[in-house]
Design a protein around this ligand. Structure first.
Ligand code: AMP
Length: 557
């Protein structure tokens, strides 16, 4: 066993859980995992202040898996998540960590999918239930005993659940579970409403917070790029085309990711290598020496493997995967800008990780400006410049050495020197796209700068708009229908409550929901015309802030 595996082994988790974690490629526990796992294993209630990206899911999933009894075929742990998307993610994480625990089953319970199979999975003995509060309450209405055997409860992203209007549902769920249960609450922020829940429903909770000291970073130009998780490699390749770097280090989270990315880079002709905790010490030293003397230009590393790495040639750090905490970010980017040189640090951020970006900005006291992927023109210019640079030194004496051959070939083939030069170029550039249209096709898709998910309140709610404008119904986009509910601001409803309820119960993607306008005594929501009747039927019993939503098609005339 290498030292890094000891990191998880030292936490006294069941060996099969440690084995699954190691197989996943994690090298050592993140800060929130280090602190939370022993507390949850000891059976305490806990409040963890952590956001997505810190490794919080494993922080509760691993000890909970350790604490359940796989031989008992009944629900033992309930994880509540604000959205269907997060519930599915958490359920998948549990399945990954439970891979070597025969007999453990996980069920995800969320709106938009039929209730029957979910209930059946629970009754068949799934020990772990991951649910959105709204749908779980529907199950409770059918069978108030479903949660009677649950003795571990986790509220994940508790602040988001309250923002989405699940307060009343949470109260119903608390009541349906044994009082003797263990309760763990994770939240990025701890507003008064969350503290009140903790006060009422947690017993003598331990607090875990990753303390962040303000740290300053100078001489390093920082930027971030929004990208979908599955487009990261394409984004990295695109950035490398235009970045003027000497040596570069890329950080990822798992051993597998170091290998995958390093081989993708090698395939594109970069001198790249992976550096991870599985690589023997002497081999690691060879990789670092090669980076120092220019036999390598790019190293793709995990945090563990890059510890102590000091290579003055490094001009760039790419954080391809988000670091767990701001300290680790500062540590990583400190690999560049050594010895007073200028350095550049680039952070890839997936839409769900924006909060972590804000935390990093707060802790470092610096803005990490947004950059865009280079456009096709910039990539084309960079490619042509490289070609020019590689060919121009050859031109000086090429005619003397190869001029006669050129004459002979043009005569033999019967073509012009221009046609022959073009053919040679095609061969030399080996299928590389060298026109705008072809480059455009290669470009990765990037998320919008301001995806809806982060700003559920739509234009109708903006306080800075004039009243008239706010009240005028906006023209409908094609394919959308406007629907109305009698719930409005006076019922304590905000746009985000409606959005959350419709997303969870209707099983729609965020993009499917258009503008939401909340007025005093009613609200309007734009929904897809296609399948509208079915959707409204699905939402028939949905409640928001404790009241029936009763959404109906709305006709302006
Ligand atoms: P979370 O904050 O739970 O959303 O986790 C963010 C990402 O970090 C997920 O992709 C996890 O698979 C990954 N992750 C969690 N813990 C570790 C660890 N100890 N080492 C490497 N990756 C991890």
């Amino acid at each position: 066993m290498t030292q890094e595996i000891g990191g998880f082994a030292a936490l006294e988790l069941h060996p099969n859980i440690v084995a699954a974690v190691v197989a996943t490629g994690y090298e050592e526990p993140s800060a929130i995992q280090q602190q939370s796992i022993p507390i949850i294993l000891a059976g305490h209630d806990m409040i963890g202040q952590a956001q997505t990206g810190t490794g919080k899911t494993a922080a509760f999933a691993l000890p909970i898996l350790h604490r359940i009894d796989p031989s008992k075929r009944e629900p033992q742990a309930l994880i509540l998540a604000p959205t269907r998307e997060l519930a599915l993610q958490v359920a998948t994480a549990f399945e990954t960590y439970a891979k070597q625990m025969p007999g453990v089953t996980v069920v995800a319970v969320y709106g938009g999918a039929p209730m029957g199979p979910q209930l059946k999975a629970i009754r068949n003995g799934a020990q772990i239930v991951v649910a959105t509060p709204g749908r779980l309450c529907d199950h409770l209405r059918r069978d108030e005993k479903v949660l009677a055997t649950v003795n571990h409860l986790v509220l994940d992203e508790a602040d988001e659940m309250l923002k989405l209007g699940f307060m009343d549902d949470l109260e119903v769920i608390f009541k349906a579970m044994p009082e003797s249960r263990q309760t763990v609450l994770f939240s990025a922020t701890l507003p008064q409403s969350i503290r009140a829940i903790a006060e009422r429903h947690l017993k003598d909770p331990k607090h875990v917070k990753i303390q962040s000291k303000t740290q300053t970073v100078t001489a390093i130009e920082q930027a971030h790029l929004l990208v979908h998780a599955d487009q990261k490699t394409a984004a990295v390749l695109s950035l490398l085309e235009v970045e003027d770097f000497d040596a570069l280090i890329m950080f990822v989270r798992t051993k597998q990711a170091t290998l995958d990315l390093a081989s993708a880079l090698e395939a594109k002709g970069y001198k790249a290598a992976a550096l991870n905790g599985d690589i023997a010490q002497n081999q690691r030293e060879r990789v670092i020496d090669s980076l120092k003397d220019g036999r390598l230009d790019i190293v793709v590393a995990t945090d563990v493997a890059a510890r102590g790495l000091d290579v003055p040639r490094i001009t760039h750090v790419f954080n391809v995967d988000m670091p767990y905490d701001p300290e680790s970010y500062v540590h990583r980017i400190g690999r560049t800008g050594r010895a007073g040189r200028e350095g550049r640090a680039l952070l890839l951020v997936t839409p769900r990780e924006r909060r972590m970006l804000q935390v990093i900005e707060r802790v470092t006291g610096q803005r990490v400006a947004e950059v865009r992927l280079p456009d096709a023109q910039a990539v084309l210019d960079a490619r042509i410049k490289k070609l020019t640079n590689s060919l121009s030194p050859l031109v000086a004496d090429a005619e003397a050495t190869h001029g006669d051959l050129l004459d002979r070939l043009t005569a033999d083939i019967g073509c012009s020197p221009r046609a022959l030069a073009a053919a040679l170029l095609r061969k030399a550039t080996n299928g590389q796209a060298l026109n705008l249209a072809a480059i455009e096709k290669e470009r990765p898709l990037v998320p919008n700068s301001a995806p809806r998910g982060d700003r559920p309140e739509r234009s109708g709610d903006r306080p800075d708009r004039g009243d008239r404008e706010r009240r005028a119904p906006m023209p409908l986009a094609e394919g959308r229908a406007r629907c109305r509910t009698a719930l409005g601001a006076r019922d304590g409803i905000a746009a985000k409550n409606l959005l959350g309820a419709i997303l969870n119960e209707g099983g729609l993607a965020r993009e499917a929901i258009g503008r939401i306008q909340v007025r005093d005594s009613f609200s309007l929501v734009e929904l897809p015309e296609d399948g509208l009747e079915k959707l409204l039927a699905k939402l028939k019993d949905t409640r928001v802030a404790g009241k029936q939503l009763k959404l109906r098609r709305y006709r302006e005339d």
